[in-house]
Write a protein that binds this ligand. Structure first.
Ligand SMILES: Cc1ncc(COP(=O)(O)O)c(C=O)c1O
Length: 378
């Protein structure tokens, strides 16, 4: 049987990972500044993570959401304490798209409306409701276009407020920091004003923290750089350090009822063991602070590199804009310098999303390599 060929692949096969490195079958190490699309939060194969999942698998890997599973409450308690969102309610699912799908459903259940405000270059996933709020027509099938989405300019309060004033908007969905679009940080004033208007119109504010959350920005959630209290917060990626797990944080003013949301696999024992281990390591190793400090250092160093147009981001969610398309540079970084980096929908932006455990020396190593590569390409 052939694989459905939808991914352009690098000719490289990592066979092992440890900390901030992956290794190919020849034992060559690669500094991982991408974490497989922002997924690796605590580092590859962290011993506590491996031991927790292994121990759980030996006891019970899975049972459905029809029986008691105290691991879900343990995860909720630890997440609440670490994120500062203890008053929210947690719904567990399996991926980022599923988290956004459920968030948009919750919004529509709440106010009965269907129109959604999203932002230019936004990415919210590939499932039907989520993809319709994604600003990429190429990945939308006709069957996905089930409701009206307006795509507004990032940070443009005027157009958003004009639309919200009509009182017919179901939800505003916005990334805590826009990722795939090329790393764009929302202005705090903008986000706070949008939140205020949403409140007035009973429009649901959804913070998509799937990429920017779980400590990546140097705070647990990127929106915590502002005074916003979102109605719904979506999470995935770093939550399981590679184990598929997603979640939705739901403001206490939304009431649950049996059957409102559901999933077969979401919140299963293994996923919870992975999620709890991630939170334990983030807490024990102070990884949110590390992301803030190493991220700040890296942002500063990168801003001084000659040839760089702009550096954007917070913590370890960084976009480096260059005056040329970065595809060939990424290949050189990977095959000559053995460093993984990411792309974005902006061809000129290099995206850095390393594990939150990145060391200052590793950040410096990248800056030196980038300098030398930029000298070569000019
Ligand atoms: C901000 C954001 N939202 C949603 C998603 C979708 O997540 P998943 O691929 O787990 O469905 C992504 C994935 O890249 C993302 O970056």
């Amino acid at each position: 049987m052939q694989l459905f060929d939808v991914y352009p692949l690098y000719d490289l096969e990592p066979v092992r990972g440890e900390g901030n490195y992956v290794y190919d079958s020849q034992g060559q190490s690669y500094l991982d500044l991408y974490g497989g699309h922002a997924v690796i939060s605590i580092g590859h194969s962290h011993p506590h993570y491996v031991a927790s999942i292994t121990k759980q698998l030996e006891k019970l890997g899975f049972y459905s959401n029809s029986v008691q599973n105290p691991l879900q409450q343990e995860l909720a308690d630890k997440l609440g304490a670490l994120s500062g969102c203890d008053n929210y309610q947690l719904f567990l699912c399996n991926s980022g798209a599923e988290a956004n799908e459920n968030a948009l459903k919750m919004a529509s259940f709440h106010n009965g409306r269907t129109k959604v405000i999203a932002f230019k270059k936004a990415f919210h996933g590939r499932t039907s409701v989520a993809v319709n709020a994604t600003d990429n027509d190429k990945i939308k099938a006709p069957i996905n276009r089930t409701y009206t989405t307006e795509f507004h300019e990032w940070n443009n309060l005027g157009s958003v407020s004009e639309s919200l004033a009509k009182g017919d908007v179901c939800a505003v969905i916005i990334e805590g920091i826009q990722g795939i679009g090329g790393i764009h940080v929302p202005e705090p004033d903008f986000l706070e004003a949008v939140a205020e208007m949403c409140k007035k119109q009973d429009t649901v504010l959804i913070l998509d923290e799937i990429q920017s959350g779980y400590g990546r920005s140097g705070k647990f959630f990127a929106f915590q750089y502002t005074n916003v209290e979102p109605d719904l917060i979506t999470m995935a990626k770093g939550m399981g350090n590679g184990f598929p797990i997603g979640g939705l944080l739901i403001h206490p003013r939304f009431k649950a009822s049996y059957g409102l949301l559901g999933t077969t696999f979401g919140g299963n024992h293994l996923a919870c063991a992975a999620g709890i281990a991630v939170l334990d390591v983030i807490k024990e190793e102070g990884l949110v602070d590390n992301a803030a400090q190493v991220g700040e250092h890296l942002l500063q160093q990168l801003a001084e590199v000659e040839g760089v147009v702009e550096v954007r981001g917070k913590g370890l969610m960084i976009g480096v804009e260059l005056p040329f398309a970065v595809g060939p540079l990424r290949k050189q970084l990977l095959f000559e310098n053995h460093i993984f980096t990411g792309s974005s929908s902006d061809p000129n932006v290099l995206r850095l999303l390393p594990a939150l455990s990145l060391k200052k020396e590793e950040a410096d190593q990248f800056v030196e390599v980038l300098k030398s590569q930029l000298v070569v390409s000019h």
